[in-house]
Ligand binder design. Structure first.
Ligand SMILES: Nc1[nH]c(=O)nc2c1ncn2[C@H]1C[C@H](O)[C@@H](COP(=O)(O)OP(=O)(O)OP(=O)(O)O)O1
Length: 178
């Protein structure tokens, strides 16, 4: 089982509860290699041994797009199952605190996109189910089931369970107020 992270930096429209048309933006990456290559997603990746998920999200965001993110808010816990077995457990974060300018790396090409205009047709099929709520400030706990064998990004998405609003624990090992 892989433990992984996704991080969604947000800017503009500080009040996600407003019903007015939003001018908020989210930083997505076009993934250049690895799982989900060619699709859009948040920066993120696999946790390294001894690393907390938050530390992983901060590191992956730095490595992939050169942004230094802080004050990550836990926004989701997603289980991706392949042929009946847990393939990846993914911790999802969002943040409005960061420094630096997003820059392309070998792994990712970053792009600010309007939260109203997220390219769900060029993303993992499950993203359209949980990402809109996460970008609105809600928390998502879900299980997404795929079938058809490895690799996960070529398997068929078959069904899911999704719960909203669950309180998500903060990282007990958190040291550096990231
Ligand atoms: N169904 C799914 N929906 C989604 O939105 N993201 C998914 C997903 N399944 C996996 N991911 C994400 C989580 C994590 O950020 C990433 C893991 O992909 P990889 O294993 O290719 O990691 P990386 O390309 O970052 O590799 P490393 O740099 O070696 O960690 O894919």
């Amino acid at each position: 089982m892989i433990e992984a992270t996704l991080c969604f930096p947000l800017r503009g429209d500080d009040d996600p509860t407003t019903t007015n048309e939003s001018d908020g933006e989210v930083l997505l990456i076009e993934k250049r290699r690895g799982l989900g290559e060619g699709w859009y997603n948040g920066p993120g990746g696999k946790c390294e041994p001894g690393e907390t998920p938050r530390e992983c999200a901060v590191r992956e965001t730095r490595e992939e797009v050169g942004l230094e993110v802080r004050n990550l808010e836990k926004a989701g816990e997603l289980t991706f199952r392949l042929d009946g077995e847990t393939h990846t457990f993914c911790h999802v974060y969002r943040t409005r605190s960061f420094t630096g300018e997003p820059t392309s790396s070998e792994e990712a090409h970053p792009e600010w996109v309007s939260v109203e205009d997220v390219p769900y047709d060029q993303m993992w099929e499950d993203d359209r189910l949980w990402l809109p709520g996460v970008l609105e400030g809600n928390t998502a706990v879900g299980e997404f089931r795929f079938e058809g064998g490895e690799p996960l990004d070529e398997a068929d998405f078959v069904d899911h369970d999704l719960e909203w609003g669950a309180p998500l624990e903060t990282d007990p090992d958190e040291k550096s107020a990231t």
